[in-house]
Design a protein around this ligand. Structure first.
Ligand code: ATP
Length: 216
């Protein structure tokens, strides 16, 4: 008798310096669309594509935990904090794949990340480990280079059911409400002591104030 497929799990990586609604809300929308009930949020130790954040990984992890309290189905993993060196997504997905050999894995990213996905460490191995679910991001256009175009030709699906049937290998565009916010903008606003109304959960904002993070 054919075994029932395991439900897919979502994985959402980032620097989260600091976390904001533009991280959680689009992924929450996308997860609903795909039918994913469990999403693992994975803050990085050292981002491969950005300057080393001035805020420690432990602090960013704490803020992500606070933010996740506001959303159903999100759990926070410290898997990348336990590894030395740059936090490559492919290493994280390999670790998760070892732990969950039969579970479909959906890696979430914003459109800005897809545009330079072919610069990620061992990017061609990522679709062998997980699906990719892309969320639109205000300010970014679907203007793809040839590598990404080829990836789409080979992997694009419009059927969420395929992300349940297969364990990896598909790319799906979720249709999500736009969130006009970035960590950069939040850091800049904090430096200028401007308000952050509606950009992040209150408990994250309170934590930032309490610890005087991102102050000049
Ligand atoms: P920074 O401004 O410091 O570069 P960021 O706001 O882009 O940071 P990251 O932690 O680098 O946040 O992003 C983690 C993931 O979240 C990436 O896949 C990114 O594309 C996605 N993301 C961040 N903000 C948004 C947003 N407003 N809408 C959709 N996706 C987003």
């Amino acid at each position: 008798m054919k075994q029932l497929a395991l439900p897919p799990i979502g994985v959402f990586g980032g620097t989260f310096n600091p976390p904001h609604y533009g991280h959680f809300c689009p992924v929450q929308d996308a997860a609903r669309q795909v039918g994913i009930k469990r999403i693992m949020v994975v803050p990085c130790q050292i981002p491969p594509h950005k300057a080393k954040p001035e805020t420690s990984a432990a602090t960013r992890l704490t803020m992500v935990r606070l933010a996740a309290e506001h959303f159903n189905g999100f759990e926070v993993s410290d898997i990348e904090l336990k590894r030395a060196g740059k936090s490559y997504t492919v290493d994280t997905l390999e670790q998760l794949r070892n732990d969950m050999p039969d579970t479909p894995i959906c890696f979430f990213m914003g459109l800005d990340s897809l545009l330079h996905f072919d610069s990620w460490h061992r990017w061609q191995d990522i679709p062998k480990l997980s699906h990719i679910v892309v969320c639109a991001r205000p300010g970014w256009q679907p203007d793809y280079n040839t590598n990404i175009q080829r990836l789409l030709e080979q992997r694009l699906t419009e059927a969420p059911a395929q992300l349940h049937r297969d364990k990896c290998g598909c790319l799906f565009f979720a249709s999500v409400a736009p969130y006009h916010v970035s960590s950069t903008e939040i850091r800049q606003r904090l430096e200028k002591q401007q308000n952050l109304h509606g950009m992040m959960p209150d408990n994250v904002h309170a934590y930032i104030n309490e610890h005087r993070l991102y102050r000049p």
